[in-house]
Structure formats: structure tokens, C-alpha cells
Ligand binder design. Structure first.
Ligand code: ADP
Ligand code: MG
Length: 384
């Protein structure tokens, strides 16, 4: 945060308003969001940091410390730009602020992040959320958290072209230190869950495999789930999304769908139930039971939903046999990205070294790792 503040003072000669917006992980509940089910995200301590002030002249300027680039933003014309790509997240927010007639004034901004980009920790949501929280505070716009969540999601859809669910922006905005939350993707009702990890830590292992298959497979999975719903509806009209289905209902209709569709739907129904059970585990402080569900979830993602890849499966396999690990699973859309491990703090160092070595020997690729802590949602940290 200090680097951002100092750069701001150097460029704009005033003490800024400072904002931090976090990335997020999802502890359990994968591919349940678009089936109107439950997810269990947590904001993390890593994120994007911003410095803001009202402009002293009639231009709005944003400086990326990461790319050493300055962008001049026209408040009255926030059209999408070819480059820099990072500016589009902010332009999307300005578009929404104009749409509701917010009283905007020119501003200056410097930002930087300690989140890896494109690793599935949602640096993009942190960009959108931190920016809108900053302008809301700086210009006294009086927006609610939920209004800002929707603006951030809109920016991601329309300006970044990523048709994400609500989870990423919701988590970055609503996160609470040492808590995860149970989020109902149908109603957006949510409940904070204590995440008392004690001697355990959350460790991300990054396969460094990029999701080349992810978009097409994602669309296929969505239509397979939809297919399941259409068939289920004939016998059970109350089912409007897989969230409404039970294993028994699925079994009743098993002969009417291809085996693949059955397996996809079964995974979603089971995964959705796992999220609510895992929430009870956290309330009881039973991390062992929680960890087992992470392993089971991975098995389902790999075998039933088929969105894993050899690299992810290998990292989870190593975790199963390693000492001090309660659970591990792939996180995110799949076909690459990270595994999430719940691991005893005394076992972390050894696990990272042995796993990175084995991973390199097997795939010739580097394994990155991030030790993450559940953190607070987007907040003003200092009001200059
Ligand atoms: P993810 O959200 O999984 O990290 P995305 O591809 O959705 O990946 O978003 C990453 C993009 O967000 C980057 O390509 C960049 O444009 C922007 N971004 C994220 N963090 C920063 C940062 N610290 N500085 C500049 N741009 C950033
Ligand atoms: Mg993103």
C-alpha cells in the first residue's frame, strides 16, 4: 500500500484516500453458481490497492504501477478501449455511474496489486470493486455495497466480456476477516461462516496451466445442466434449476438422459448438498470433516463433471498422501489454475518443496504457490 501512496504523492502532490480490495477463493461449491445453488467463497488478504484524490485540473488520470502506464479517462465518454486492457474495468464502472446519474467529478488514481493475475483469484473483481468503493467514498456517492457489486459484475460482463456469476464481485465487496460465507446464488442471501483455521492454513498450488479448454467446456457444461433440468421438469415441474433437484429425482429420470448428462447433473446436485453440509462443519469447527469434502468434491469434478486435468489431479493425489493435509481440490472453472489445500502449518514448507519438485519432474512445469488468509472485503484503509 505504501508504494501506491508514495507514487500518488510523487505524481499528484497530495495525500490520497487509500482503498484495498481483495481477491477471493471458493472453499467449496464449484459449478453450482449457474445452477442457482450455493457457493462458499472467502475474500483473501491479497488484492489490489488504490490511492485516490479529487483532480486539481479538469482531467481524470489513472496510473498503473504494475505496468507504469498513465491513462486519461474522460468521464463523459467511458467507451471501451483497445489498450490498456486494465482501463476497461474502470471504464465499465464509470459507464454505470453515468447511467444512474451519479454526480461525478474528475479524479486522480494510482493502483497496484499483489494478486497474481489470471490465476483464478479474481484480480479483475478486485479492480472493479476497489475502484467503485474508492469513487463512492471520494465523491460521496452514497451507493450501497450491493449496488456496487452489481456495477462491478456489469463491468466484467460488458467491458471485459466475461459472463461471470455474482460470486467474485460479491466476495471482493462483502468479505470479512477470518470468515467465509455461504452464498445462495439464486437469492443472494448470505451468511458469514467462521473460518477458525487454528494450526491449519490455506495453500494454493498453481499448475501454471492456462485454461485453453475452459470457455467451450464451460458452455457445454451449462447446456448439459440445462438439458437435465428440461428432462427433470417433465416429471417434477417444481425444478427450474438443478438446485431444486434431488438425487432421487435424478435417478427417476436416469433412463431419459445420456449417461454424460446424468453424471453432470448428479455432480451438481451432490456438490450443492456438500456446500450446506460443509457450512455445518465450519460452524462446528470440524476441519477434518470439511477437508474430506474437499477431496470428495475434487473426485466429482474430475470423474463426474470432467473439468480437471492431469496436472490438477496429480497435485491433489500428492496431497492425499502427504502428511498434515485435511483436504485438497481444484478450484475455479477447471482445466488448469490452482488447487486449494487445507494444510497444517508445520507441514507447509515440506509439502511445497516436495510437491514443486515432483510436479516439475512429471510435467516439466513450475508450480507456484500462495499461502492465503481469509481477509476483509473492499475497504477504505486511510482517508487522506
Ligand atoms: P483473474 O481475475 O482470474 O485474476 P482476469 O483475466 O479476469 O484474471 O483479470 C486479469 C486482468 O486484470 C489483467 O490482465 C489486468 O488487465 C487486470 N489486472 C489485475 N490486477 C492488475 C494490476 N495490479 N495492475 C494492472 N492490471 C491488473
Ligand atoms: Mg477475472
Amino acid at each position: 500500500m505504501n508504494a501506491v501512496r508514495l507514487k500518488f504523492i510523487e505524481l499528484f502532490q497530495s495525500e490520497p484516500l487509500l482503498v484495498h480490495a481483495p481477491g477471493r477463493i471458493n472453499l467449496i461449491g464449484e459449478h453450482t453458481d449457474y445452477n442457482e445453488g450455493f457457493v462458499m467463497p472467502a475474500a483473501i488478504h491479497m488484492g489490489v490497492q488504490f490511492a485516490f484524490a479529487v483532480s486539481q485540473n479538469n482531467v481524470s488520470q489513472i496510473y498503473s504501477l504494475k505496468y507504469n502506464q498513465l491513462f486519461n479517462l474522460e468521464l463523459t465518454n467511458p467507451a471501451k478501449v483497445e489498450s490498456p486492457a486494465w482501463a476497461n474495468y474502470f471504464l465499465g464502472i464509470v459507464n454505470r455511474l453515468n447511467a444512474i446519474g451519479a454526480p461525478l467529478q474528475n479524479f486522480t488514481c494510482v493502483f497496484d496489486g499483489d494478486l497474481p493475475t489470471g490465476a483464478g483469484l479474481s484480480s479483475s473483481a478486485a479492480m472493479e470493486c476497489g475502484f467503485v468503493v474508492g469513487l463512492n467514498e471520494l465523491l460521496h456517492l452514497g451507493l450501497s455495497r450491493l449496488e456496487m457489486v452489481h456495477m462491478a459484475q456489469w463491468a466484467e460482463h460488458q467491458y471485459a466480456g466475461v459472463k461471470c456469476g455474482i460470486m467474485d464481485q460479491f466476495s471482493s465487496m462483502m468479505g470479512k476477516k477470518d470468515h467465509a460465507f455461504l452464498l445462495d446464488c439464486r437469492t443472494l442471501a448470505y451468511e458469514y461462516l467462521p473460518l477458525h483455521l487454528g494450526d491449519y492454513e490455506l495453500l494454493l498450488c498453481d499448475t501454471n496451466v492456462k485454461h485453453s479448454l475452459a470457455t467451450s467446456a464451460y458452455n457445454t457444461r451449462r447446456s448439459e445442466c440445462q438439458h437435465g433440468v428440461e428432462v427433470l421438469q417433465k416429471s417434477f415441474p417444481e425444478v427450474t434449476a438443478l438446485r431444486d433437484a434431488t438425487v432421487l429425482m435424478l435417478q427417476t429420470c436416469q433412463q431419459q438422459v445420456p449417461a454424460t448428462v446424468f453424471n453432470r447433473c448428479l455432480f451438481v446436485v451432490e456438490e450443492n448438498a456438500r456446500v450446506t453440509e460443509a457450512a455445518l462443519d465450519l460452524k462446528k469447527g470440524d476441519l477434518h470433516a470439511f477437508g474430506k469434502k474437499m477431496f470428495t468434491a475434487h473426485e466429482g469434478l474430475s470423474k463426474q463433471y470432467e473439468v480437471s486435468c492431469p496436472e490438477l489431479d496429480y497435485l491433489v493425489e500428492l496431497a492425499i498422501h502427504a502428511p498434515g493435509i485435511l483436504g485438497a481440490r481444484m478450484i475455479g472453472g477447471g482445466f488448469g489454475g490452482c488447487t486449494l489445500n487445507m494444510i497444517h502449518r508445520n507441514a507447509v514448507e515440506t509439502f511445497i518443496t516436495t510437491t514443486a519438485t515432483a510436479y516439475h519432474a512429471r510435467f516439466g512445469k513450475t508450480m507456484n504457490h500462495y499461502r492465503v488468509k481469509p481477509g476483509a472485503g473492499a475497504t477504505v484503509v486511510m482517508n487522506g
